[in-house]
Design a binder for this molecule. Structure first.
Ligand code: MN
Length: 345
């Protein structure tokens, strides 16, 4: 043939069909995603939620955490509730997006799973939990897919449902978000083709990029300034660490959602293979973002500490101070990067 090299993330048509049929058969659906939702999680919930609404279904879109301010411009974001209780009567299909571990939905997971008549899951994380508290799931879970939003699109395509401008904008946002603006290693032909198709359906790349990256409050940039002062390189420059503490948040009037993409500033250093961003939002409550550039699997590292994620992007939590977590992670990482303890900066 001598044609183009086909994309490795080609879809599993059987799984797409199974998910599409399950969604099509449901009259009432509750859509949710992982806690601390990112662009792919929110974009996927909103794209599928709006498409289901357009198709005449009763849809509740629920996230445990409030939608971060920076995603407030997304079409439909005002429809997301943080309290599904008033809407839950009778049968519903639970649809879980960008997540396949019950605990990652949040504190209401067991209740929602218990009350759902069936569970549909669309995800691309490395974990693969398909038995949810004894309930089977109808799932498309494939870690080779660049964004959950892509699976949402394949499902809509299989259903033959129209893609509105609002649906397209949310899918475009999901792709942009999880490919790091088409810069991460998961960016492939399918991602670019699909993004282009979303533009064809009315998504406006300038408007979406502007909404996400040219719209920060000054408190965020001030917090970034304080965080950058804590930047340190170890392990011959291969390990980069940075942190924020409750004092810094207070000094800037900032909150957790203002730290989005901070870890990128660590990874952006030429020598860095593993980037660690430690966020202590409240005293003794730490969330760590881990990123790698090439061959280091940060999902495995996160799993050692009870977290998870993707090969190049993962996270975990600690009930400890930022300083303590920094020490623990550095000691662990130095074992993997020779030159133990070498300070390079
Ligand atoms: Mn995702």
């Amino acid at each position: 043939m001598g044609g183009l090299k086909r994309d490795p993330a080609s879809r599993d048509m059987e799984a797409v069909r199974a998910v599409a049929d399950a969604l099509n058969a449901a009259d009432s659906l509750l859509l949710t995603c992982h806690v601390r939702p990112d662009g792919d999680a929110l974009g996927s919930v909103l794209a599928l939620g709006l498409a289901l609404k357009d198709a005449g279904r009763d849809v509740i879109m629920y996230t445990e955490d409030p939608v971060p301010e920076r995603f407030g411009f997304l079409p439909g974001s005002g429809l997301i509730t943080n309290d599904p209780e008033p809407y839950l009567s009778g049968e519903f299909t639970l649809v879980v997006l960008d997540c396949n571990e019950p605990a990652r939905i949040g504190s209401r997971a067991a209740d929602l799973i218990g009350r759902a008549s069936n569970i549909v899951m669309l995800d691309h994380h490395l974990t693969r939990v398909l038995d949810w508290n004894g309930k089977g799931t109808i799932a498309y879970v494939d870690s080779d897919v660049f964004a959950t939003g892509a699976i949402v699109y394949w499902v809509l395509e299989a259903l033959g449902w129209p893609v509105s401008e609002d649906v397209a904008s949310n899918i475009y946002l999901a792709i942009l978000s999880d490919t790091g603006c088409f810069c991460h290693s998961n960016t492939n032909e399918t991602a670019l083709e699909m993004a282009a198709r979303m533009v064809g359906y009315g998504a406006n790349p300038f408007k979406i990029a502007n909404g996400l990256f040219q719209n920060y409050p000054i408190r965020r940039q001030r917090l970034l300034g304080l965080a950058l002062k804590t930047l340190e390189l170890r392990g011959h420059g291969k390990i980069g660490l940075m942190q924020v503490t409750p004092e810094m948040f207070r000094a800037c009037g900032a909150d957790e959602s203002d730290t989005d993409d901070f870890v990128g500033y660590v990874r952006a250093i030429g020598t860095v293979e593993v980037a660690v961003f430690i966020k202590e939002v409240y005293s003794g409550q730490v969330y760590v973002s881990l990123r790698s550039k090439t061959s280091y699997n940060v999902a495995e590292l996160a799993q050692e500490f009870g977290g998870g994620g993707h090969f190049h992007a993962a996270g975990c939590r600690f009930p400890a101070s930022a300083d303590d977590v920094r020490g623990v992670l550095l000691e662990r990482l130095l074992k993997d990067f020779s030159g133990s303890g070498a300070v390079d900066d």
